[in-house]
Design a protein around this ligand. Structure first.
Ligand code: ZN
Length: 203
């Protein structure tokens, strides 16, 4: 067992416990992955509760999403992880959560525009609250290859994107390390809460 694999697994288990404590990974929803090397990744296996993951809740898969461990099936949404690792070798982690705020906003808005918030500086390359972050919202689909192709085309056209939502479903974001990506989730959830409360105040 490589040190990298056990370290990353420990980081993803801790991320799941943190997200669960916040109510961002209800039931067996959500999925987490981390890059192991140029051609493989560690990803949560199908049907796991993400707040109670243990060492058996993961498997190695290649960057086409094919399991490298017999008898273990990766998450149904694996294609949304592999598309990120294939498009950018600097991406080391992809995290997907299902919070109430992300879900509700995705049902009401066409996109989430983040502007004027200090916390936007949690993202790479963002140095001022005066920046403007657009979080696109894609229609939900059970056709993961089609959705992954749609996301990939959008990111080609909008390379500054830091995350996206799937309508009525949840949030995807990525980063160079698990810690980076966890920071992105935490910042986005804070920002979604702000946007949600502002919409209520503006009514
Ligand atoms: Zn999901």
């Amino acid at each position: 067992m490589s040190d990298t694999l056990s370290r990353l697994r420990g980081e993803l288990i801790a991320a799941g416990q943190f997200f669960h404590s916040k109510g961002w990974v209800p039931a067996t929803s959500s999925n987490f992955s981390a890059r192991l090397g140029a051609e493989d990744m560690l990803i949560t296996s199908s049907g796991q509760h993400k707040g109670r993951l243990d060492d058996n809740g993961f498997l190695r898969a290649d960057l086409q999403g094919v399991s490298l461990e017999t008898g273990k099936r990766p998450s149904a949404e694996t294609g949304l992880h592999t598309v990120m690792y294939r498009r950018d070798p600097a991406i080391g982690c992809v995290l997907h959560t299902h919070s109430v705020n992300a879900t509700v906003l995705s049902m009401r808005l066409e996109e989430v525009v983040l502007a004027g918030y200090e916390v936007q500086k949690a993202f790479p390359g963002v140095e001022t609250h005066e920046s403007r972050l657009m979080i696109p919202i894609f229609p939900n689909s059970q056709d993961i290859p089609a959705l992954a192709a749609e996301v990939n085309a959008y990111l080609d056209a909008h390379p500054q994107t830091v995350a996206y939502l799937i309508r009525g479903h949840g949030l995807y974001t990525w980063g160079t390390t698990v810690a980076d990506t966890l920071r992105h989730i935490e910042a986005l959830e804070f920002l979604f809460e702000c946007v949600y409360r502002q919409l209520l105040l503006d009514r």
